[in-house]
Design a protein around this ligand. Structure first.
Ligand code: AMP
Length: 115
């Protein structure tokens, strides 16, 4: 199962610096970090984009992803200073990997609007 590089990370076929793992969620450091802390939080099941999500079916999974983000932010000592959570969706959203992922960025002052 799985066509993206993230499936290979889930299956431990390629290495990643994993910082959190539960039954349904995996988190690892982004290979091309855009901030001192840049972690990707992903579901283990394959969901390509935010467009495939709906509240009825995916609220628990999204809740687990947010819980993971808060745990990791505390572990990374960025919880107090603050951080940014980002889902890129589709072409104009800047999505490159079509396995749902939430970026956790922190450790520096973020700017707005994003590029
Ligand atoms: P997005 O543009 O939202 O699809 O983000 C995909 C992210 O995955 C980018 O920030 C990449 O740097 C990151 N990425 C791609 N391949 C890997 C990998 N093997 N390990 C960790 N992060 C990766």
């Amino acid at each position: 199962m799985g066509n993206t590089i993230f499936s290979k990370i889930i299956n431990k076929e390629i290495p990643a610096e994993i910082v959190y793992e539960s039954k349904n969620v995996l988190a690892f450091r982004d290979i091309n970090p855009q901030a001192p802390t840049h972690i990707l939080i992903i579901p283990k099941i394959e969901i390509p984009t935010v467009k495939e999500l709906n509240g009825k079916d995916h609220a628990p999974l999204l809740g687990e992803m947010i819980d993971a983000a808060n745990i990791i932010a505390r572990n990374e000592n960025i919880s107090e200073s603050g951080f940014r959570l980002v889902f890129n969706c589709g072409d104009h959203g800047g999505q490159e990997v079509y396995h749902l992922h939430m970026h956790l960025l922190g450790g520096r002052q973020m700017k707005w609007p994003p590029g």
